[in-house]
Write a protein that binds this ligand. Structure first.
Ligand code: GTP
Ligand code: MG
Length: 142
């Protein structure tokens, strides 16, 4: 299983005294924008491991009051919630109840498990065909 860590580029703040500085200061007064990302994939694909990697990489940005099965991060002006969805066959039917709240999907694929690539393709295809997922960004983690 590979690793791709992506949560959005960090912004650089410009020099004090410039128009850009005042614009940034103005943004800081706004409440953080809440973003929910669903972490999906087959059972044993590495979803929980990827989330743990992200938590380690962004340790200083992990918020402590997350619900079980969720990770909350403060990244720049975004408050990102990662929802770790169980991947077992019987759990997948419950995924759709999360689609409407999601801003994007992170689909984890174990590229070393060739025997299950076709199963993963079908599962991802079914997810993407759901109307509540249509048009939302997808990150494929191999
Ligand atoms: N070799 C290898 N093993 C990994 C890697 N990532 C995760 N694993 C192992 O794969 C197993 C499953 O990983 P999880 O992260 O629990 O998988 P999951 O997708 O959360 O599985 P479910 O919660 O059951 O849906 C664990 O034993 C991990 O230690 C990796 O990059 N390489
Ligand atoms: Mg898991």
């Amino acid at each position: 299983m590979g690793r791709v860590l992506f949560l959005g580029a960090r912004s650089s703040h410009c020099c004090p005294g410039s128009t850009a500085f005042f614009w940034d200061a103005h943004l800081l007064l706004l409440p953080p924008r809440k973003v929910t990302l669903l972490v999906m994939g087959l059972d044993n694909a590495g979803k929980t491991s990827v989330i743990m990697d992200i938590e380690r990489a962004l340790a200083g940005e992990v918020l402590r009051d997350a619900q079980p099965g969720q990770t909350r991060l403060r990244v720049d002006r975004f408050e990102v919630t990662l929802v770790d969805l169980p991947g077992g066959q019987r759990s997948r039917s419950a995924w759709r109840s999360h689609y409407s709240e999601a801003h994007g999907l992170l689909f984890v694929l174990d590229s070393g498990d060739l025997a299950r690539v076709e199963e993963a393709r079908k599962v991802l295809s079914r997810v993407l065909s759901h109307p509540d997922v249509s048009g939302k960004p997808l990150l494929l983690e191999l």
